[in-house]
Write a protein that binds this ligand. Structure first.
Ligand code: ZN
Length: 261
């Protein structure tokens, strides 16, 4: 099941070009994260699929989520439970909260945003379906949002993009890699550290990720940090930390889309 974005409040009643200057000025300040000197990005006509990894009730539906699906020419389980912090804040909830913040920012720039699940309750959808949602909607980019669960000593984020896989990612591997670089660079510019335990400078080419393999569009996955690391967890469990992550992801998507035009 998918949710299609409604138009954002700022785009519902655009200021006419003949409007008095004060009206235009007020509209321009409706997006609080932008300054007057930095024009709002226009993403009109762009379709972004946001995939908040896992789901809040996956753990109560283990038989359903263990069903094998086509992950790109091989089988993997439909879905997994995801991880969580030592304090019990679940990855599914983190992914959902960041996706909501990011969706709002993208919609405020007039992008069409589609989420792969409508809420943080229930189970699924399966990893193949998450990718196929991007395919069916001819997305400009699919961003799958996750957080890792590794040893407590390890820190940092990393981006994954699909390796070339004939019949699946033959034409999307290269633009996906460019999107991963753009989002990696935006995360670094926002002060986040690339992972110190996996990937290479925050980038990892993967052939085993069903959501990316089935997207049929440029598609990337981020592990925003290691939930088992106390410092990463402190960022991820705080509202301000999630807002900072969402802002960096937004900047990365804008960087990628501008270069893709
Ligand atoms: Zn995950």
């Amino acid at each position: 099941m998918t949710i299609s974005a409604g138009e954002s409040p700022t785009s519902a009643s655009p200021a006419p070009t003949s409007a008095p200057r004060s009206v235009i000025d007020r509209a321009a300040t409706d997006t609080p994260s932008r300054t007057a000197a930095e024009p709002r990005a226009t993403l009109a006509g762009k379709v972004i699929v946001l995939d908040p990894g896992h789901n809040g009730d996956n753990a109560r539906h283990l038989s359903e989520i263990s069903k094998p699906v086509n992950a790109g020419g091989f089988e993997k389980p439909c879905n997994t439970e995801g991880t969580g912090t030592a304090g019990g804040y679940s990855e599914a909830t983190f992914n959902w909260e960041v996706a909501k913040l990011l969706a709002a920012k993208l919609r405020a720039s007039d992008a069409k945003v589609i989420l792969t699940r409508p809420s943080n309750t229930g189970w699924g959808p399966c990893i193949d379906e998450r990718g196929l949602i991007a395919d069916r909607n001819h997305a400009d980019l699919l961003l799958s949002i996750h957080a890792d669960g590794s040893l407590a000593a390890y820190r940092g984020f990393y981006l994954m993009s699909p390796a070339r896989r004939r019949g699946y990612t033959g034409t999307t591997a290269a633009p996906s890699r460019r999107a991963a670089v753009a989002v990696r660079d935006a995360m670094v510019a926002s002060g986040f550290r690339p992972a110190d335990y996996v990937a290479s400078r925050g980038l990892w080419l993967r052939s085993d990720l069903g959501t990316l393999n089935r997207a049929g569009t440029p598609a990337i996955m981020i592990e925003c940090g290691n939930m088992r690391n106390p410092r990463d967890a402190a960022t991820m469990t705080s509202r301000a930390g999630r807002a900072k992550i969402a802002a960096a992801l937004y900047d990365g998507i804008v960087r990628y889309l501008r270069r893709a035009d």
